[in-house]
Design a protein around this ligand. Structure first.
Ligand code: PRP
Ligand code: URA
Length: 211
């Protein structure tokens, strides 16, 4: 049973519910799936970057002086290949100066244990860092990815996913208790193949049309 006291932020917005339902629908084709994923990621990223540092500033409008705030902390995003790539473009659109790193992880077909096949990360010291991967199932992939991210100097990391399983949330919180999780849903459980129930199936396959 999912422990409500876990520091997981779950989106609660009508548009987020609508888009997630589109992703879950088995009849949604890859083009529509990509579109839903992109817009939903915008909402997730807004939530996940709520804590980024800003600085007070003054700006001249055409009719006076306004007090404002500007971003004052460099951002980094690390998509976990392959499915996490579907969440990269919205981050770059919202934060054009973001530094991008990549981690390739793939779950074994039978054991569901993830192995790393690629990693290219920038120096993450001082950066507000987002790890993006749509599915948090057992949590093994996210935990490995965040270990790599921390090894590159990150001290402020947020995990951003579309759907999480309670088992994955618990595992990730145990391995990285300092890492907040932002998700569009915490689902019921994992099935015997370690897929999220009800979930949305294989995100990577649905995103790229590789069934
Ligand atoms: C999926 C997903 C996560 C992982 C989650 O990737 O994108 O990376 O599974 O499962 P876990 O929490 O049990 O580790 P997958 O290994 O299927 O690779 P893909 O993105 O290349 O399809
Ligand atoms: N990866 C997916 O794409 N979906 C799941 O439900 C679990 C892992």
């Amino acid at each position: 049973m999912y422990n409500q006291s876990m520091p997981v932020q779950v989106l609660d917005h009508p548009l987020a519910h609508h888009l997630l339902t589109g992703l879950r629908d088995k009849d949604t084709d890859p083009a529509a799936f990509r579109r839903c994923a992109k817009i939903l990621t915008h909402l997730l990223i807004l939530q996940a970057t709520h804590g980024i540092r800003t600085v007070a500033t003054e700006v001249e409008t055409p009719v006076g002086t306004a007090q404002g705030r500007r971003l004052d902390q460099p951002l980094a995003v690390v998509p976990v290949l392959r499915a996490g790539l579907g969440m990269l473009e919205p981050v770059v659109e919202l934060f054009p100066d973001v530094a991008v790193g990549y981690i390739g992880l793939e779950r074994h077909h039978d054991t569901a244990v993830a192995h790393s096949y690629y990693s290219k990360l920038p120096d993450l010291v001082g950066r507000y860092t987002l790890c993006v991967d749509p599915m948090l199932a057992t949590g093994g992939s996210a935990a490995q990815a965040i270990s790599l991210i921390k090894a590159h100097g990150a001290t402020s990391v947020t995990m951003v996913c579309v759907v999480a399983a309670p088992e994955g949330v618990e595992f990730l919180q145990a391995k990285h208790p300092d890492v907040p999780i932002v998700a569009a849903s915490i689902d019921q459980c994992l099935n015997d193949r370690k897929y999220i129930v009800p979930g949305l199936g294989d995100f990577g396959d649905r995103l790229y049309g590789t069934f």
